[in-house]
Design a protein around this ligand. Structure first.
Ligand code: ATP
Ligand code: MG
Length: 182
């Protein structure tokens, strides 16, 4: 059962994401600490580590059911990601880890989500999808050869709709709904 959206909030910042289990989040956090030795910045808190599929921004509460419909209509196979490439983007000051290649089910999942969101009148990113997990914020990125990390294997069998709240000590994410991949 999906959780109800936060009571009393007229609109909420929402996004679709892939959420690693606690064990993988811990391994990713360790990888983030290694990346921090090179690029500085702040490591993302273990429980906050995720991959964004589609960022929705601020959405009025009355559109929540539409998003449940869109999530529920997605038919994609489960798949595996091998996270191996680490780097840093100067523009966003973000240190990241990314898969060595983009599996077709992941591309399908993102394209299907974006297509359905757009058709329903939601605003979606029109930039190409850059699959990555943010590990560092406010990093001091500088040119470095691409870094290899011993593959962190991620079996992806569900995706989630999340709410993001900005608290004084950083973002807090709450799961609103989850859907299995077949
Ligand atoms: P905060 O903004 O509170 O410091 P945050 O950036 O983690 O923390 P959100 O801004 O709510 O939280 O973003 C949620 C997720 O969506 C994050 O993975 C973030 O990188 C991503 N995101 C945020 N804004 C955009 C955007 N304009 N386009 C694509 N992805 C975005
Ligand atoms: Mg943000």
């Amino acid at each position: 059962m999906p959780a109800a959206p936060g009571k009393g909030q007229a609109s909420q910042r929402l996004f679709f994401a892939l959420w690693p289990n606690a064990k993988l989040q811990t391994a990713l956090h360790v990888a983030g600490q290694r990346l921090q030795e090179t690029f500085g910045g702040r490591v993302v808190r273990t429980e906050n580590i995720h991959m964004t599929l589609a960022f929705l921004g601020s959405i009025p509460a009355e559109r929540f059911d539409e998003l449940l419909g869109i999530g529920g209509a997605i038919r994609t196979k489960s798949f595996e990601l091998k996270l191996t490439e680490m780097g840093c983007w100067k523009r966003s000051a973000v240190g990241w880890i990314a898969p060595e290649s983009l599996p077709e089910p992941l591309t399908n999942l993102v394209l299907e989500l974006r297509r359905r969101l757009l058709a329903a009148g939601f605003r979606v990113d029109d930039k190409p999808f850059a699959a990555h997990v943010t590990l560092l914020r406010k990093a001091k990125c500088r040119p470095q050869p691409a870094r290899q990390q011993a593959p962190l294997e991620w079996c992806i069998d569900h995706f989630v709709l999340m709410r993001s709240d900005t608290l004084p000590d950083g973002p807090q994410y709450s799961q609103l709904a989850t859907w299995p991949l077949s």
